[in-house]
Design a protein around this ligand. Structure first.
Ligand code: ASP
Length: 408
């Protein structure tokens, strides 16, 4: 059986078991969760997390060195960031539009089920200045993705320019890359078990009670995710990438399902890069540059949640949003995504920033916390798909350019 099929079955079983767990006595679920699901899920998560920093560092260095001239890297960088900004803005507009259309916060009694303490998101200028790390080793220890990317780019450029002089180190990086790829392949075999455990545990833990009055909010977010994936990404793949979006989705599915089970774009990176390179034929040097960057700065699924949540909270508290407020939502949410890493539930921290910016009560987040865990899984899948879409279309454009150059 192919890995994709196995993961799919694991996901379906995970959802079924997760829902089943909501009907068994709480103590039984807690025991199963503590002794089976949680450890299996955590071991799987740790196995992939341990690869993220070394893999990103080595593959971006090689990717940059492989691109050769810094000017080419600059062009791809600008294109990538441009694509991310445009798609995130589209995601926010879709989220706001659906929020107004479906009015998830208009009727119903919404109860606050949990407490929410908003964390601090770093100010945007600080993030930009700190992209250049003061201490790259500390950045790696802390998993600061943008800083690791910046450091790797410098080393990659130096390797490209120094050529023969540093051929030994270049080879060392190539061999290290081989090693990490081997481990990724190895860990991928455990993905069905890990995915099952993570999904069953998350759903069993979140419970379905929380859905109740929040069903309309959930439907609105999920619809937004589907519309964005099917319309915006498919258009980009078909129009710019000149490829069949269905084939793209079929090929990328294994990574999407791992994103779904881990709820973390960062943790999914080793899988999403490998899947894009092997199943979608994305050039290595492009995948290794665009996808790690995307995992940190591009979160369209999260943007949709934030837009819907903002409209939802404004409806529940009956505080209407002006047009300028909506522009503010688009601006703040886009900037907030740059400064925050793709880890579970970070979207709520970003949402706190957005709400504060447009003068809505931040306590409103408490309403959606209960079901956010479930939505986080879905939006993370979309987040990593956006990164892969960008890598795919750039890679296809590059391939066409190379072909043209050969024909001349
Ligand atoms: N978990 C999401 C991600 O890693 C971010 C979020 O929406 O909380 O992409």
């Amino acid at each position: 059986m192919s890995l994709t099929k196995k993961i799919l079955i694991a996901l379906v079983l995970g959802v079924i078991f997760g829902i089943g767990f909501t009907f068994v006595p709480q103590e039984l679920f807690t025991t199963i969760n503590t002794y089976i699901l949680d450890p299996v899920g955590q071991i799987f998560l740790n196995l992939i997390m341990m690869l993220v920093v070394p893999l990103v560092f080595v593959s971006i260095t090689l990717g940059t060195a492989g691109l050769g001239e810094p000017a080419k890297l600059g062009k791809i960088g600008i294109y990538t960031v441009g694509f991310f900004l445009v798609t995130t803005s589209c995601a926010l507009v879709i989220g706001l539009g659906l929020g107004y259309l479906l009015e998830p916060g208009k009727e119903g009694v919404f109860e606050t089920t949990e407490e929410f303490e908003p964390g601090e998101a770093p100010p945007i200028m600080e993030t930009i200045v700190n992209i250049i790390p003061e201490n790259p080793i500390a950045s790696m220890a802390d998993g600061e993705m943008l800083q690791i990317i910046a450091f790797a780019i410098f080393i990659g450029i130096a390797l490209a320019l120094l050529g023969e002089k540093t051929a030994g180190i270049y080879r060392l990086f190539e061999q290290a890359n081989e090693i990490f790829n081997w481990i990724v392949n190895f860990v991928m075999k455990a993905a069905p078990y890990g995915a099952f455990a993570l999904v069953a545990s998350a759903i069993g833990d979140a419970g379905l009670d929380a859905v109740g009055s929040m069903a309309m909010y959930m439907v609105t977010v999920v619809l937004g995710l589907i519309v964005h994936g099917l319309v915006i990404y498919s258009l980009a793949i078909w129009w710019i990438g000149r490829a069949n979006p269905f084939k793209f989705y079929k090929g990328f599915f294994p990574a999407m399902s791992v994103g779904f089970s881990t709820s973390s774009s960062n943790a999914t990176l080793p899988f999403s890069m490998k899947t894009a390179q092997e199943n979608l034929g994305v050039k290595k040097e492009i995948s290794s540059f665009v996808q790690p960057l995307g995992a940190t700065i591009n979160m369209d699924g999260t943007a949709i949640m934030q837009a819907v949540a903002t409209v939802f909270i404004s409806q529940v508290y009956a505080i209407p949003l002006e047009f300028t407020d909506m522009l503010m939502v688009v601006l703040t949410a886009t900037l907030a995504s740059i400064g925050t890493a793709g880890v579970p539930s970070v979207g709520l921290i970003m949402l706190a920033m957005v709400l504060a910016q447009v003068g809505l009560p931040v306590e409103g987040i408490a309403l959606i916390v209960g079901i956010d865990r479930l939505l986080d899984m879905l939006r993370t899948s979309l987040n990593i798909t956006g990164d892969a879409t960008c890598a795919f279309i750039i890679s296809e454009q590059e391939k066409r350019k190379e072909l043209k150059a050969k024909q001349l």
